[in-house]
Design a protein around this ligand. Structure first.
Ligand code: 13P
Length: 249
């Protein structure tokens, strides 16, 4: 059975609350009739407003990160229950920018995945190799480790709720998209690995490709067998280009 595509925008640290409203008012009519699930991960400060503005639309609002604790003396951090109370429905975890710039490791990311599930937020777990790792022939080893550690202690029942995003680090924000063949091969490996970790569930888990997805390369990437959607950074900041990617489904 064909899975419905999921297109997720990740705004990173862009857009004020006012800019969020203007963006959503433009985007909503452009994607009202699409045959895909539309997710948007906005900055924390925009979540409540974005939820309100998208109330009668097919756009789902989420967050870009959270802590694994429910409360405590963690200056600057945010808890899953706070995101949930603000109306967020999903959360991106383990993005390579969090792993690289903020030194998040697989164990910490795993604790966040477990917490997000408990807090009824759908986790989007990001994995992907660096250029060095790819050139050293370590891509599969890295992906397998990130999956195995990131999904540790996730139950057979819960694993279906999780979305996996494959984002090769060398393709993020660089304009260097993975070729559809290379992306498909990585997704095939990810699905196979999920099969060894959660036998029988691998076909139920949505796999997204991320890394320089643009309106002109989206259709070919999305037509690959094991690619169920896209995680879009830069091109999700403009309502027209984000809508064009969604309409490529
Ligand atoms: P770009 O689409 O800007 O390459 O970013 C990808 C990304 O990091 C999405 O999470």
């Amino acid at each position: 059975m064909e899975k419905e595509h999921i297109i997720v925008g990740n705004w990173k640290m862009y857009k004020t609350e006012q800019e969020t409203v203007e963006f959503l008012q433009t985007l909503a009519p452009l994607v009202a009739a699409v045959n895909a699930r539309v997710y948007l991960a906005v900055p924390f400060t925009s979540i409540p407003t974005a939820v309100k503005v998208t109330e009668k639309t097919n756009i789902v609002i989420g967050a870009q990160n959270m802590n694994d604790a429910t409360k405590g003396a963690f200056t600057g951090e945010i808890a899953g229950i706070m995101l949930k109370a603000s109306g967020a429905e999903f959360v991106i975890l383990g993005h390579s920018e969090r792993r690289e710039l903020f030194k998040e490791d697989d164990d910490f990311i795993n604790r966040k995945v477990i917490r997000a599930l408990k807090d009824d937020l759908q986790p989007i777990l990001c994995i992907g190799e660096t250029l060095d790792e790819r050139e050293l022939g370590k891509t599969e080893e890295v992906l397998a480790r990130q999956l195995q550690k990131g999904l540790k202690k996730v139950s057979m029942e819960d694993v279906e709720k999780i979305i996996i995003a494959y984002e090769p680090v060398w393709a993020i924000g660089t304009g260097k998209t993975a070729t559809p063949e290379l992306a498909q091969e990585a997704h095939r490996f990810i699905r196979q690995t999920l099969g060894t970790l959660f036998s029988g569930k691998e076909s139920k888990i949505s796999l997204l490709y991320g890394g320089s997805v643009k309106p002109d390369n989206a259709a070919l990437l999305l037509s690959q067998k094991d690619i169920n959607g896209a995680l879009v950074g830069g091109a999700s900041l403009d309502p027209k280009s984000f809508a064009d990617i969604i309409n490529a489904c």
